[in-house]
Design a protein around this ligand. Sequence first.
Ligand SMILES: *Cc1c(COP(=O)(O)O)cnc(C)c1O
Length: 243
Amino acid sequence: MNEYIIEHIKEIETRINKACEAYDRDSNDVKLLMATKTVSPEKILKAFETGHVLIAENRIQELRQKFEALNPARPNQHFIGHLQTNKIKELLRYNVTCLHSLDRPELGQKLQEHLEREEKTLEVLLQVNTSAEQSKFGVTPDEALSLAKSVAKLPNLKIKGLMTIGLFSAEDHKVEACFKRLKAVQSTLVSAQIPGVSMGELSMGMSGDLELAIKHGATIIRVGTAIFGKRDLPDSFYWNEQI
Ligand SMILES: *Cc1c(COP(=O)(O)O)cnc(C)c1O
């Protein structure tokens, strides 16, 4: 059962390799992160059989529900959803190694307080809204420098790069514009030479646009639907929820 998941992951590997060939990228520089929202532990464990163990949830509730079943398989657990400050404690409980959605200085501040208390560190990516859609979280490209400077002062947070969600559009050039914006923000922040800030990771590209993201420098692509199938809940449920 669930063998289709293995087939789908092979297909994604092929897409990654083809895109890397086409755009002169090294496929070792592109990590596949599996977006597991709404996906059962059984299906996620099936996906692990391929050797891919980098996964991410959008909601603390799902992290909690799946933790016991998945933890023995030693996943590399990231978090890609909007994070409320009152959920930080729980986030840290479930061995999350990287938060892709750091989008405001206050969240950084609160994370720092908890991490310090628990003597932990956390890798973070700064989420940038490159499509200017109201519905999406993230700082504007112009605000990214100031967010980076403020988070860089927090010793238990390690900035590793940037994350964005591209525009949903059938027109490639509009999607690519988003990825180019993230790349431009990366260049700006590299030039700023903020102590302790690394800009190595660009988390961008999903089931529908991973090739375009690879073209523009993605190092982490986040794939859900193309591996696990269509979800029952609309993405707006995850991207706008304030719970
Ligand atoms: C769900 C989700 C993805 C994966 O999207 P698919 O289109 O299903 O591949 C990627 N990034 C974020 C932030 C998500 O919430």
